[in-house]
Design a protein around this ligand. Sequence first.
Ligand SMILES: Nc1ncnc2c1ncn2[C@@H]1O[C@H](COP(=O)(O)OP(=O)(O)OP(=O)(O)O)[C@@H](O)[C@H]1O
Ligand code: SF4
Ligand SMILES: [Mg+2]
Length: 329
Amino acid sequence: MSEKPYLHIKNLKINFKSFEGEKTIINIDEIKINKGEAYGIIGESGTGKTVLALSILQLLEMPPGKIVNGQILLEGEDLLKKTQKQMQREIRGKKISMIFQDPMSTLNPVFTVGEQMIKVIIENQKLNKKEAYRKAVEMINIVKLPDAERVMDKYPHELSGGQRQRVIIALALSCGAEFIIADEPTRNLDVTIQAGILKLIKELQRNLKVTVLFIANNPGLISATCDNAGVLYKGEIIEKGTTKEILKNPQHPYTFTLLNAIPKNKDTKIDLSKVIPPNDGEEIKEGCIYYNRCLKKQENCKKEQKLINVKDTHYVKCSLYKEGVNNEQ
Ligand SMILES: Nc1ncnc2c1ncn2[C@@H]1O[C@H](COP(=O)(O)OP(=O)(O)OP(=O)(O)O)[C@@H](O)[C@H]1O
Ligand code: SF4
Ligand SMILES: [Mg+2]
């Protein structure tokens, strides 16, 4: 892949301070997302997905959060070097918008959808009220909510969960954002509604050439949505590649266990924390992050692990593999 990435995360380390001291929450060697692609991050609850998403937008609360080192380059410019003012003026909403798993955390219950959309559009684009209204209707149509003018007059509580999530996507796009971070946007929705939102995200990526970072707890959700993906475990990317490489041919013992545990019926929800082996209590200070759960561990695993290219665009962070050898199993 010689193309210069649109978003390039390099050596990102984020700690959280607590009474017990500092704990590393994110320790990512590298993630590259190309312009116009949908990139998936999968990982179980508490693994750092939201912390990662918030850090891209500099929305992480600091303290307790602390960026220890690293870069988050958007088209070559380090977002971590920008001031809050610059992030507000140039990046949030204008270039990058975030869709949270709970739409009510974004929508204000006391204003109609139309009032909220028009306000955001006027704040971000040089349009008068009438033009902003037209733009808002256009965006509601784009997210395929029927009867857009009626939707404009509704309060958030008058919409279903799926409709609210579509409004959020319309809001995210209405300021011209070209990069959407979708943090488990379908987690609280039932399966059919979930499928509709995933389809919509995929269509927006294809038709509007929006770049998407799609975060999911359930690996099954990325198959229809994402081109490439990374598996996050305790803040580290332990495997990455094309979605097909990850889902069809997982190599890291954690990903392998995880994917084999997914029910064949993709509509069944799984609790990822219940499918991986239990912590055997053996702590190591350095080395593999999965060590105390891994059933394949060996002495080598106590050394620092690096992402190793196992085949084509497929990378794994595990001592069972050797760099430069086609050793996909
Ligand atoms: N403000 C905070 N202060 C201290 N620790 C935090 C804070 N926010 C998150 N953490 C810790 O960081 C880790 C990652 O949390 P994060 O919310 O990113 O997980 P997640 O992968 O998004 O989980 P979920 O799938 O449940 O949304 C967790 O261990 C969490 O306890
Ligand atoms: S490095 Fe070792 S402990 Fe870690 S996943 Fe690979 S085999 Fe298991
Ligand atoms: Mg989260």
